[in-house]
Design a protein around this ligand. Structure first.
Ligand SMILES: [Zn+2]
Length: 153
C-alpha cells in the first residue's frame, strides 16, 4: 500500500495521474509532485519489498529535481521487474476538495496503463473530497492512497 501528500500552492502546475490539469493551484514538491503516481509507486515498491520512493528517488538529488513522475513510475515498474514482478492491478483514491477529479480519471488510467504496460481495466482510480475538513478540506494540500497486487512470472 502507498500513501502520499503534497502541499497546494500558487505558481505550480497541477499534475495528477500523469496528466496536467487546469487549476489555480499546483502541488509543491521536488519533482512534479504528482501525488497519485507517488502513492502508486510506493505501493508497488512496498509490495515487492523494495523500500520506498524516497529511497530510490531522493528529494535531495539533482536528478529528481522537477522530475516527471511518469519517469518515476516507469523506473519503478522496471525496479520491481528485476525481482520478477509485474503489475497485477491497482486501486487508488485521490483526496482533493477541488478541482473535480472524476472527469480526468479516464485520461489518468490511459496514461498509467501505457507506462505500466497493463490493461486500463487493471487500474482503478477513485476521488473523494474531505467534506471541507482538515488540510484537504481547506485546500492546503492533496493526499492519495494506493493498493496494488503484483504477480511473479
Ligand atoms: Zn510525493
Amino acid at each position: 500500500m502507498g500513501y502520499d501528500v503534497h502541499k497546494l500552492v500558487e505558481g505550480r502546475s497541477l499534475y495528477l495521474g500523469g496528466i496536467k490539469i487546469d487549476h489555480a493551484l499546483g502541488l509543491l514538491g521536488h519533482s512534479d509532485a504528482d501525488v497519485l503516481l507517488h502513492a502508486v509507486c510506493d505501493a508497488l515498491l512496498g509490495a515487492a519489498n523494495m523500500r520506498d520512493i524516497g529511497y530510490h528517488f531522493p528529494d535531495t538529488a539533482d536528478e529528481t529535481l522537477d522530475m516527471d513522475s511518469k519517469v518515476i513510475l516507469r523506473k519503478t515498474v522496471e525496479l520491481i521487474a528485476t525481482k520478477g514482478y509485474r503489475v497485477g492491478n491497482i486501486d487508488a483514491t485521490v483526496c482533493a476538495e477541488r478541482p473535480k477529479i472524476n472527469p480526468h480519471i479516464p485520461a489518468m488510467k490511459a496514461c498509467m496503463a501505457e507506462i505500466i504496460g497493463c490493461d486500463e481495466d487493471d487500474i482503478s482510480i477513485k476521488a473523494t473530497t474531505s467534506e471541507r475538513m482538515g488540510f484537504v478540506g481547506r485546500e492546503e494540500g492533496m493526499a492519495a492512497y494506493a493498493v496494488c497486487l503484483i504477480e511473479k512470472g
